[in-house]
Design a protein around this ligand. Structure first.
Ligand SMILES: Cc1cc2nc3c(=O)[nH]c(=O)nc-3n(C[C@H](O)[C@H](O)[C@H](O)COP(=O)(O)O)c2cc1C
Length: 270
């Protein structure tokens, strides 16, 4: 396929050159489809002409639209970051499905620059807890985080104790791929990596919540220890960690207020 693309590129360039020299009609040139990444295999850095397929989306009547939109909003309003978990088990397949859902996220040039690393292994979870607590002790008790950051965290009641990292049945660490590697081991450029991973993380959180699971968006900074503990390659960097399970019976969350619509939305008119 890659060879075909190369030949097509060469022919097209030859045609363009001939046209500019001989005055061939430009419609002949324009008929060629734009090149697009296929993003569908190990050689996803190669290029081939775009393959377009029909796309339809169910058209809802306005009443149904409102019903669904309101139900989704109410559901998402109930999502909270949980820091007190039960050790009840969660089927691995539910976590896998949430990862598949997250991986539907749009991404720069469809590179999908993410790896979701999953562990339910008690020893790995213990090692993650020990390393995370070490970093967080330096943050909270060693003065690594500045005062304004510490003040912002105070209402949340967080500290360096990360017991939940051992309690939860699953931990998922989302790694951003700073660049990809093709089947020849050549570097592949990734675009908008942080934006893409942020969107995938958001969809992941929503998918877990939709499945009746709880999680915490956790960034025990710096997170380099996760690369070492989870044996990830040099092109990957920890983006976010998600302990996943059910809230404990005595779970509490900070009494936070979310911004109203007029605080987060601005309409512009000409
Ligand atoms: C990028 C990001 C990093 C976060 N890191 C942490 C963290 O390391 N530890 C923690 O307890 N909460 C962390 N949180 C959770 C926030 O404190 C929480 O989302 C916020 O207080 C709002 O609460 P809610 O998620 O219950 O609505 C993080 C959230 C985000 C979006």
């Amino acid at each position: 396929m890659a060879d075909f693309a190369l030949v097509a590129d060469v022919l097209w360039l030859a045609l363009v050159s001939i046209r500019s020299l001989s005055g061939l009609p430009s419609s002949l040139i324009r008929r060629r489809r734009p090149f697009q990444d296929t993003g569908c295999g190990p050689d996803y850095c190669r290029h081939m002409p775009a393959q377009m397929i029909p796309y339809t989306q169910e058209r809802l009547d306005p009443e149904e639209q409102w019903r669904r939109a309101t139900a989704f909003h109410e559901k998402m309003e109930r999502r909270r970051s949980v820091r007190f978990f039960s050790n009840d088990s969660v089927p691995r397949e539910l976590v896998e499905l949430a990862i598949q859902t997250a991986s539907t996220a749009p991404s720069g040039a469809h590179r999908q620059p993410w790896t979701f690393v999953v562990t339910g292994d008690p020893e790995v979870k213990r090692q993650i807890r020990v390393a995370a607590e070490e970093e967080e002790r330096v943050n909270y008790e060693g003065g690594r985080i500045p005062d304004h950051w510490r003040e912002a965290l105070e209402p949340l009641g967080t500290d360096s104790n990360k017991q939940y990292l051992e309690t939860v049945p699953w931990i998922v660490v989302l790694f951003e791929q700073r660049y990809g590697l093709d089947s020849d081991g050549e570097k592949v450029h990734h675009f908008y990596v942080k934006e893409s991973c942020g969107i995938a993380a958001g969809i992941f959180i929503a998918a877990l919540h939709h499945a009746g699971l709880a999680t915490l968006t956790h960034t025990p900074s710096p997170m380099k220890f996760l690369t070492r503990l989870l044996g990830r390659p040099g092109n990957e960097r920890p983006f976010c960690m998600f302990p996943i399970g059910y809230p404990s019976d005595d779970c509490v969350v900070p009494d936070l207020r979310r911004k109203d619509l007029d605080e987060v939305m601005v309409e512009v008119r000409a």
